[in-house]
Write a protein that binds this ligand. Sequence first.
Ligand SMILES: Nc1ncnc2c1ncn2[C@@H]1O[C@H](COP(=O)(O)O)[C@@H](O)[C@H]1OP(=O)(O)O
Ligand SMILES: [Mg+2]
Ligand SMILES: [Mg+2]
Ligand SMILES: [Mg+2]
Length: 385
Amino acid sequence: MAYEKELDAAKKAASLAARLCQKVQKALLQSDVQSKSDKSPVTVADYGSQAVVSLLLQRELISEPFSLVAEEDSADLRKEGSQDIIERITKLVNDTLATEDPLKPIDSTLSTDDILRAIDCGTSEGGPNGRHWVLDPIDGTKGFLRGDQYAVALGLLEEGKVVLGVLACPNLPLASIAGNDNKNKNSSSSEEKGCLFYATIGSGTYMQPLDSRSEPVKVHVSSVENPEDASFFESFEGAHSLHDLSSSIANKLGVKAPPVRIDSQAKYGALSRGDGAIYLRFPHKGYREKIWDHVAGAIVVTGNNNIINITIYRICECECNIWFCLWDAEAGGIVTDAGGKALDFSKGKYLDLDTGIIVANEKIMPLLLKAVRDSIAEQENASSL
Ligand SMILES: Nc1ncnc2c1ncn2[C@@H]1O[C@H](COP(=O)(O)O)[C@@H](O)[C@H]1OP(=O)(O)O
Ligand SMILES: [Mg+2]
Ligand SMILES: [Mg+2]
Ligand SMILES: [Mg+2]
């Protein structure tokens, strides 16, 4: 299998980083009200997760040049008064790495400088040439703080295309979340939780328990053809996505189920196994999407589709005004911007998008594109009145 070595390293790195995040979130949820309003736990977990992934990838892929485009950098940690927080991060990273293989002797304890350097390995700009790892060390910080969904999201770009993705979702139930109410989807409950999704180009998407206690299973997106039977996912946070626009699109499609609102790229993971059929993401004007928020999720939900070769043809735009789409597709989902264009991860840290991001299976996508276009046009007309 292509990218086998890289996938092993990425799964190990994301799982270990997720273990670090789980430890911090557990302590946070057990803490008193006063320390809950303190945002430093998420800071510690963000940086700690980034350091773990950076160190693990470099250690496991020692013979390869290493480029990492990641969300965090150490600038704030190098400011005066940050010594205490750097020491907390360093201890957390050392403790986490020591759990990797309890029988293996620990080579040496990492210093605060080692940790800062590991974090700063993530300052690559990415782009269309060569290989770049792409990392969101905690995607969905709001969810993390609430005790809800978040993900460690790690992907690999080769010549600007996504070739590998791993999503560790510590709070996502192993069983489908379809049909539960929104509260259950986000909150902690006693059901078994912790999913690791992964995909490499051309090999489909797999899911296994985050603690590897059982074998991976191949997953597929929903095969629902009638949007009336589909359910749609969107951000939990109204500040991250326009819920009104999503609701107008869902109405046009005839979707009957209420929106499923969950944080982070856990949405892509849940969609990849068919828990829902549509993902709608429409950030407020002026927000620029970053590649680390979509690289891993996009390949996980696309699965068997060769996302390199998605081509969308607008064959007919006469009276019927319907978009006909042709994809080089097998079984996975389709991820495009609101105009139907495949996401382009080759432009550096930012995605250059038309309005938003939408995901659906190939049966629903043409109808969805039309509903999106009509809803956006209506909204523009209303605001110009
Ligand atoms: N104003 C915003 N609009 C859209 N997305 C945002 C905004 N602010 C932060 N984000 C990012 O959106 C993602 C979470 O999206 P969701 O709403 O789907 O949970 C995260 O990557 C989060 O960053 P972060 O990684 O720092 O949490
Ligand atoms: Mg993010
Ligand atoms: Mg983040
Ligand atoms: Mg952030």
